[in-house]
Design a protein around this ligand. Structure first.
Ligand code: MTE
Ligand code: MO
Length: 515
């Protein structure tokens, strides 16, 4: 390696080589830490993998404004962005370790510190056991070994052959790390094949069906949001970096806390109870005005009021804290689960077992409440408690304790900034005010009067409702606005509010150009 020293001498020596080779050695050793950690976690528990342990911890610790900025910029690719940042972070740490790993082992020390961070992240995950630290320890051991071997090879091999030997070792170890990672993924899949488990899940026979969904609830406009959202089109929001894998045979729902009779229900127990089918529109509190974080599905499941009645909640309980297999929680007012509305322990979505990302094998669905305080996916635990004793995941992060869904309406057609011919232009969309129901929808063009839109038949107060109007469009740029009125006669507010802390408000508008 030819370089000039500070004094200007020309030297040929590995010892004073620029740090690229050492950095590369460190990066490869870092990759081995991740890969070996991932492999051990595949066997022990996927949540203990450096990727998931650190990733989930970052998600839980990220302050809200940063999280919002990331979600705004990257949308639902936020998890991919997180993994890439994590890999880059480990690469940077590896490069630093490589540079520092001279005779003094400072690089190994960097790995040990990094490993301690990963191990603490793993050990502080919900449901963690002491052995969640093993993947980090094993990964760091492999990483340090690789770092030692690589730097020694680099420093000791004679100049003429150094690059070749070093590069071969570097390449070989990179391939090994890649192989281990792919193998770990495969092993994790084989060991807990929850997709296959879902394939064998039988939906219960339904005693009570909801109203049939007739053609009258749908308007024929093309481009309008369909009344029922297909499972594949249904929005997905959760903090889960990996979908909790909960085979049906292992699943249990524990109902406990302030109850007279603690209950533990398996699927065998549930199959002896009456199943129902209900169509309910779910909405995320993070939805912006005009956004698409809402979906409507026919859910198969069990009425929560019946299951809770078996447990006999104490009179002074006012909340049910539901918990997922991966430790996420929601605090739901007990009234919303027992007041006669169709709150469900759902096991089916549009005639299929719940898709893995929507909560297989069981989740909650509560009409009228945003998902963050009610719709726990992969649910395994219901603790009957009080708002002054417990709180849910997002409430702990500043979102409102109560999350009733606000009245909202959206223009689906025409498309934003559409350029259209003058004459009859169809304006259409959906409106929702779950558990109150949409009574009217009004549309305004520019500063004109608010006019009633035509409505599809209401399916129920718990579902959204399609609307349309025909507008006699004249040339120029125009702003279209929509607002809904709920069945209590309350008009959707035009005051703009951000989603935080309890849901966005404001009228959705679209600008169109008429030629
Ligand atoms: N276990 C778990 N359940 C969860 C969440 C979560 O992060 N983890 N997010 C909730 C939120 S904020 C919403 S809006 C709904 C979204 O459900 P979906 O992904 O099926 O549309 O799930 C709820 N249930
Ligand atoms: Mo949400």
């Amino acid at each position: 390696m030819r370089i000039f020293t500070l004094t200007g001498e020309f030297v040929m020596s590995q010892k004073s080589s620029p740090p690229f080779a050492r950095m590369a050695a460190g990066v490869v050793a870092g990759a081995l830490v991740l890969a070996v950690g991932h492999l051990f976690a595949a066997v022990i528990n996927p949540a203990a993998s450096p990727f998931f342990a650190v990733g989930s911890t970052i998600i839980d610790l990220t302050p809200k404004p940063v999280k919002d900025a990331i979600i705004e910029r990257f949308g639902t690719n936020d998890k991919l962005v997180l993994f890439i940042s994590l890999a880059l972070g480990v690469a940077a740490m590896g490069a630093l370790a490589g540079v520092l790993e001279r005779r003094k082992y400072w690089g190994s020390a960097v790995f040990i510190v990094g490993g301690a961070v990963v191990a603490s992240a793993a050990l502080t995950r919900p449901n963690a056991q002491w052995w969640f630290a093993i993947p980090a320890i094993a990964g760091v051991a492999a990483g340090i070994a690789a770092l030692r071997v690589l730097t020694r090879t680099h420093d000791r091999t004679p100049e003429t052959t150094d690059r070749r030997r070093f590069l071969a070792l570097l390449g070989g170890l990179t391939a090994v790390a890649g192989g281990i990672f792919v193998g770990a993924q495969y092993l994790a899949q084989r060991l807990r094949d929850v997709a296959a488990d879902r394939g064998k899940f039988l939906l219960p026979a339904v005693g009570s069906k909801g109203r049939p969904i007739t053609a009258a609830v749908s308007l024929p406009e093309s481009g309008i949001t369909p009344f029922v959202t297909k499972n594949g089109d249904f929005y997905r929001i959760d903090t889960a970096l990996q979908i909790p894998s909960m085979p049906q045979a292992e699943w249990q729902l524990r109902i406990h806390g302030m109850v007279e009779q603690e209950l533990v229900l398996t699927f065998d127990d549930l199959r002896r109870r009456a199943a129902v089918e209900r169509t309910i529109t779910l909405t995320c509190v993070s939805n912006f005005v005009g956004g698409n974080l809402a979906g409507n599905a026919t859910w198969t499941g069990y009425l929560l009021k019946d299951l809770l009645a078996e447990a006999r909640p104490l009179r002074d309980a006012d909340m049910v804290l539901s918990r997922s297999a991966d430790g996420w929680t929601a605090g739901t007012p007990i009234g919303a689960l027992t007041d006669g509305r169709d709150s469900l322990l759902a096991v089916g979505m549009n005639g299929e077992p719940l898709p893995l990302e929507h909560g297989y094998p069981a989740r909650l669905i509560v009409p009228g409440l945003y998902g963050y305080v009610s719709a726990t996916k992969w649910v395994v635990d219901l603790e009957v408690t009080r708002f002054d004793r417990a709180s849910g995941y997002w409430t702990d992060r500043g979102w409102s304790e109560n999350g009733p869904i606000k009245t909202a309406s959206r223009i689906d057609v025409p498309a934003p900034f559409a350029v259209l011919e003058p004459g009859e232009v169809v304006v259409a969309g959906v409106a929702w005010a779950q558990h109150r129901g949409v009574a009217r929808v009004e549309v305004q063009v520019d500063d004109g009067p608010w006019r009633d839109a035509e409505l599809a038949e209401a399916y129920s107060n718990d579902t959204w409702r399609q609307w349309r109007t025909v507008w006699a469009a004249t040339p120029g740029n125009h702003t279209l606005r929509v607002r809904a009125v709920d069945s209590a006669g309350e008009t959707q507010t035009g005051d703009r509010a951000e989603p935080f802390p309890n849901g966005a408000t404001g009228w959705h508008s679209k600008v169109v150009t008429i030629r």
